[in-house]
Design a binder for this molecule. Structure first.
Ligand code: SAM
Length: 205
């Protein structure tokens, strides 16, 4: 497996607890796969959580992806839910940098990935359904590093999480399915979702 770079361009004002867990997971999994994870466009004013800074393989960069790859744009593939073409294992030969929007999922999706599309990167889709950012990176890695075609990856759509005896909440996203038929989520995410559900979701997605 050759080394790839996964870049999440920070597009939100803050970096909340959901993003923190997603990014720690992306860093760990990329590192295990012999690849790099970079969070780009991180303003100096944004204090990154220490657990994220300490995650193996985590790199933060104040520069935007446009600046980082100014002379090398053709190496970068934007994972874009509105792209016309699906990502395929062959794209692992054409590109070595894979770019994702650093945005929490929203329902219905607001297409904030358009902020990166406008910059002219080549785009590829991972199917029609919105994935969480860590899922999108996981699926990309499976396709371009493990050479598994998109349609062979098992998914769980819109999983229902039981919060307590009386209440459950649906996550309106696509996740990769593990061997037990469960959605793969970052460590600590189920507890965080339960805690936030008890508080009332508000504007969390
Ligand atoms: N609703 C969001 C938007 O405004 O575009 C999607 C955000 S999604 C949680 C975060 C990132 O994951 C996207 O910017 C994109 O890079 C990637 N992503 C998620 N689902 C995808 C899909 N089906 N195809 C391609 N990329 C996807």
């Amino acid at each position: 497996m050759d080394c790839k770079t996964y870049i999440v361009e920070h597009l939100d004002d803050e970096l909340g607890p959901w993003s923190k867990l997603e990014y720690i997971t992306i860093a760990k999994e990329s590192h295990q796969a012999g690849s790099k994870f970079c969070l780009s466009s991180v303003p100096a004013s944004l204090e990154l959580p220490q657990t994220l800074r300490d995650a193996p393989g985590f790199i933060a960069d104040a520069q935007s992806v446009e600046t980082l790859y100014f002379d090398d744009k053709a190496r970068v593939c934007l994972l874009d839910p509105s792209a016309k073409k699906e990502l395929s294992p062959e794209d692992g030969e054409a590109f070595d940098v894979f770019l994702f929007g650093g945005i929490l999922g929203d329902d219905p999706p607001r297409d904030r990935t358009s902020e990166l599309r406008k910059k002219g990167f080549v785009g590829r889709r991972l199917g029609p359904k919105q994935m969480t950012t860590d899922t999108a990176v996981r699926v990309t890695r499976m396709i371009v590093q493990e050479m598994i075609p998109l349609e062979k990856i098992p998914y769980v759509d819109d999983p229902e999480l039981r919060v307590d005896k009386h209440e459950s909440t649906e996550m309106p996203f696509r996740y990769v399915m593990d061997e037990d038929g469960k959605p793969i989520m970052p460590e600590g995410m189920v507890d965080l979702i339960k805690k936030d559900t008890e508080k009332g979701f508000g504007d969390l997605f």
